[in-house]
Write a protein that binds this ligand. Structure first.
Ligand code: MN3
Length: 200
């Protein structure tokens, strides 16, 4: 399969004031597109041509840095657009997922605190995550285009903390961006969907 850029699941201005039209025009239309185009060029003729995206991401990690960086970022961004929605965030977490968060991470408030802390302490570019590992929900962070997929876990929520994701709207205030993401943007229904799939 080759990579292709999906449309955003909402208009470019749908996440205002928490994420601007300008941010999404650059982030989706230019940055994500570049990962798609570069990934396709690097995939051509490689041993991973014809594999699924997850197989490419896992297989190229540690073996083909150029392909991994672009395929990894394609995977991360495919989900990132769907992990947000207008009027999202807050504590409207589907019951089963909320119970598991409370069991594994203490409380929803503690989960949010740890998720923000992971994003704030990721030095340089990367992501903060909720993932399922060995049947439990964990909080983690990764550099650059990595995700829990290449660390033996399945991602269920990720926040892009590359500067291109927040600098237009928040300048250097990464903690404010992470807080706005959790309070106003997260599509918890999609997180619950990924949690169900990861728990099988
Ligand atoms: Mn990005």
């Amino acid at each position: 399969m080759s990579f292709s850029l999906p449309d955003l699941p909402y208009p470019h201005d749908a996440l205002v004031p928490h994420m601007s039209r300008e941010t999404l025009e650059y982030h989706h239309d230019k940055h994500h597109l570049a990962y798609v185009n570069n990934g396709n060029n690097l995939l051509k003729g490689s041993e991973w041509e014809g594999k699924s995206l997850e197989e490419i991401v896992k297989g190229s990690f540690g073996k083909n840095a150029g392909l991994f960086n672009n395929a990894g970022q394609h995977y991360n961004h495919l989900h990132f657009w769907k992990w947000m929605k207008p009027g999202g965030g807050g504590d409207k977490i589907p019951g089963k997922l909320q119970k598991q968060i409370e069991a594994d991470l203490g409380s929803v408030a503690k989960m949010k605190e740890d998720f923000i802390q992971a994003g704030v302490t990721q030095f340089g570019s990367g992501w903060s995550w909720l993932a399922v590992k060995d049947g439990k929900i964990i909080v983690s962070k990764t550099p650059n285009g990595e995700s829990p997929l290449v660390h033996g876990a399945k991602p269920i929520l990720g926040c892009d903390v590359w500067e291109h994701s927040y600098y237009i709207d928040y300048r250097n205030r990464r903690p404010d961006y992470l807080k706005a993401f959790l309070d106003h943007l997260v599509n918890w229904d999609y997180v619950a969907e990924m949690y169900e799939a990861a728990s099988k």
